[in-house]
Design a protein around this ligand. Structure first.
Ligand SMILES: N[C@@H]1[C@@H](O)[C@H](O)[C@@H](COP(=O)(O)O)O[C@@H]1O
Length: 246
């Protein structure tokens, strides 16, 4: 695990984007795993900026997203399909048929999960997975208690995750109760992982992750501790608790 300490969210976003651009430029056919939520937004803005400066092309990149809410159509304003379209895809040259996100409105969700796994396998796995972390240590939507042996599956969201994500909806009742998420196994099989952590609300989760000695299904992010190629970009406020204990 490599920990890169940065000043603030902007620096985290800039370095996260730089990391991705470096990989894409070295391997234009990169299979890039993408995350949603507030954390990677700045990184996506930097990726768009660099694209506009003609420093990168996504023409040959394939993307696979971590997760999607169950029950929202792709066009729903709060779907992760819309999020990706509005924050990244529509601004860059990636062919839309090379972008993949689980379909949370599929009639047969189990089939959708299996097909998503088959797709990732057919791509040869994920070269670089971008991750954020939930306040309760979730990665993707793998909530505490999720088996580390699972691949893509449907998960019931915890109340705390629904509350944390309610800021994007008009009211908490509108936040879906279920989601499709890549499993911990799928995530950990990525050849490389970049975890972005920013803000004081993540300080407890980050402190736990950095102190974790062994994997523990009660704390999903602990699955990452033995990953051979994990880089964490964390800002000062996210590191505040960890540093105060040293
Ligand atoms: N499913 C997403 C995760 O992929 C994300 O990493 C995490 C943190 O979100 P945020 O970055 O908004 O704090 O929770 C969300 O629910």
């Amino acid at each position: 695990m490599k920990l890169i300490q940065v000043k603030d969210k902007d620096e985290m976003s800039r370095l996260g984007a730089k990391h991705i651009i470096h990989r894409v430029n070295n391997q234009p056919k990169l299979v890039l795993g993408l995350a949603t939520g507030g954390t990677p937004l700045g990184t996506y803005h930097y990726l768009v900026d660099e694209y506009n400066k003609k420093r990168i092309s996504y023409q040959d990149v394939t993307t696979v997203n971590l997760d999607e809410y169950v029950g929202l159509t792709q066009k729903h304003p709060n779907s992760y399909h819309t999020y990706m379209e509005e924050n990244l895809f529509k601004f860059i040259d990636i062919p839309l048929n090379k972008t993949h996100i689980p379909d949370g409105s599929a009639d047969n969700l189990d089939k959708e999960c299996q097909e998503y796994d088959t797709l990732i396998e057919s791509l040869g796995g994920i070269d670089l997975q971008l991750l954020g972390i939930g306040e309760n240590g979730h990665i993707g939507f793998n909530e505490p208690g999720t088996s580390f042996d699972q691949r893509t599956h449907v998960i019931e969201l915890t109340e705390s995750t629904r509350v944390a994500n309610a800021r994007y909806f008009s009211k908490i009742e509108d936040v879906p109760k279920f989601a499709i998420t890549m499993g911990i196994l799928t995530i950990c099989e990525s050849k490389e992982i970049v975890l972005l952590v920013s803000g004081e609300n993540k300080a407890e989760a980050l402190d736990q992750l950095l102190r974790q000695k062994k994997e523990d299904e009660a704390f999903p992010a602990s699955a990452l501790i033995h990953h051979p190629n994990l880089t964490i970009y964390a800002d000062e406020s996210a590191l505040s608790l960890y540093k105060s204990k040293r």
